[in-house]
Design a protein around this ligand. Structure first.
Ligand code: FES
Ligand code: FES
Length: 161
């Protein structure tokens, strides 16, 4: 066991963890932040996407110990404290960018990372960025549309699906 300290959604936490505790297990089981999902055991689905020191990371691909001293953001930190959705979350709601919702936390976190680096992405850039995130319900179309709308672009020419 080793002690790790990190800032998660603005709050400093210190816990003892085993060396082989995955970050996604740490978030879900130690911190009860269950919005970060586990959708595979092959690092392919992206449902566990979080930000570590501002970078998009699949939380199943790192150990909690590797985040010692880091700033971590999860889906729980995206809405305002009063529950007001951020622009990306609101756009997912407005443009029906989700069905079952299982992939949604990872999609929102991936989208936030994309828009930070590329505030006005093209449709092709959005699709390319989402290659590491699997959605089994929506066919991606409305997710792409939501992300483009969240970036402030006119999506009225993109047909609904
Ligand atoms: S649970 Fe991390 S990529 Fe699927
Ligand atoms: S909305 Fe169901 S997996 Fe994406």
């Amino acid at each position: 066991m080793a002690e790790v300290t990190m800032k998660v959604n603005g709050k400093t936490v210190t816990k003892s963890v085993k060396g082989n505790t995955l970050m996604v297990e740490f978030l879900r089981e130690e911190l009860r932040l269950t919005g970060t999902h586990v959708g595979c055991d092959t690092s392919q689905c992206g449902a566990c996407t979080i930000h570590v020191n501002g970078k998009q990371v699949k939380a199943c691909t790192m150990f909690a110990g590797e985040a010692d001293g880091a700033e971590v953001s999860t889906i729980e930190g995206q809405a305002a404290p009063d529950g007001t959705l951020n622009a990306i979350q609101q756009a997912f709601q407005d443009h029906h960018g989700l069905q079952c919702g299982f992939c949604t936390p990872g999609m929102v976190m991936a989208a936030a990372s994309l828009l930070k680096d590329n505030p006005k992405p093209t449709e092709a850039e959005v699709r390319h960025h989402l290659e590491g995130n699997i959605c089994r319900c929506t066919g991606y179309h409305n997710i792409v549309k939501a992300i483009m709308a969240a970036s402030g672009q006119d999506v009225s020419g993109i047909a609904a699906e």
